[in-house]
Design a protein around this ligand. Structure first.
Ligand code: SF4
Length: 242
């Protein structure tokens, strides 16, 4: 028998407003994605004798050009200091991480990978490939829209203090949203490489990123949020925009 379209259960006007079914479904979908990623991480890292947090510490240190302090590791993974400390202790005991003196403060400790840790971090680089295979199933337009949505979601998580600031375009000094509104493919501009780009090329972790001051970044993000159908893309204009 064909199923009818689901309808809200209560029609009582005094009842709490029913949660938006679309929001609920998106939440359920994201939860399933998170579950799949965690399962993949356990499958990959379990045989290597690593917990997901230990694997993330290795990946973070591997991606960093400089040794990191424990607080930077905790911030980078959005975990507490004791959680980061436990993971680092285990990695030091396994010979993957070593403690050195911080360059900018001889009394402070910084963390870096040993040669063994570098090898281990490289072995664990299948996470992004696992996600890439899933994203590959989307059309190019869907991928661009998904990346734009992810950018907004990460920005919201940052605003709420749920995750550490990411090195992403929308808070970067070089980002000029809608600098080329006439160009449907590449409406934004990166002042670092001095080139236009579109939503498909938005970065969530860019090595050339330079953090913008908060007020300007916020105005820039509000401008990025607009679309051509919103009309006025020229205001507020960001300082230094081309
Ligand atoms: S430097 Fe990187 S983060 Fe900044 S706008 Fe250019 S691509 Fe985006």
């Amino acid at each position: 028998m064909p199923r009818s379209t689901p309808t809200p259960r209560s029609t009582n006007p005094d009842a709490d407003p029913a949660p938006d079914p679309l929001v609920q479904q998106v939440g359920a979908g994201l939860f399933k994605l998170g579950l799949a990623l965690r399962t993949h991480a356990w499958r990959e890292n379990g045989p290597r004798g690593l917990t997901p947090t230990q694997a993330q510490v290795l990946a973070l240190l591997h991606a960093s050009a400089v040794p990191l302090r424990l607080s930077a590791v905790a911030d980078g993974l959005a975990v507490t200091l004791p959680t980061a400390s436990d993971a680092v202790k285990a990695l030091v005991a396994k010979g993957f991480v070593e403690k050195t003196r911080a360059d900018d403060d001889g009394r402070a400790i910084a963390l870096t990978l040993t040669a063994l840790g570098q090898d281990e971090a490289r072995r664990g680089e299948s996470g992004p490939e696992f996600v890439a295979a899933v994203v590959d199933a989307l059309t190019p337009d869907e991928q661009a829209a998904f990346l734009r949505s992810l950018t907004k979601m990460v920005h919201t998580l940052q605003e709420r203090g749920d995750i550490a600031p990411a090195r992403m375009c929308v808070s970067c000094q070089f980002f000029r949203p809608w600098a080329h509104p006439e160009d449907g493919e590449r409406p934004h501009h990166c002042a670092f490489v001095d080139a236009p780009f579109g939503d498909r090329a938005l970065r969530l972790d860019c090595p050339d990123y330079l953090q913008e001051i908060d007020d300007v970044a916020e105005a820039r993000f509000r401008r990025f949020e607009k679309t051509p159908s919103d009309g006025d893309l020229t205001a507020p204009r960001c300082a230094g925009a081309p």
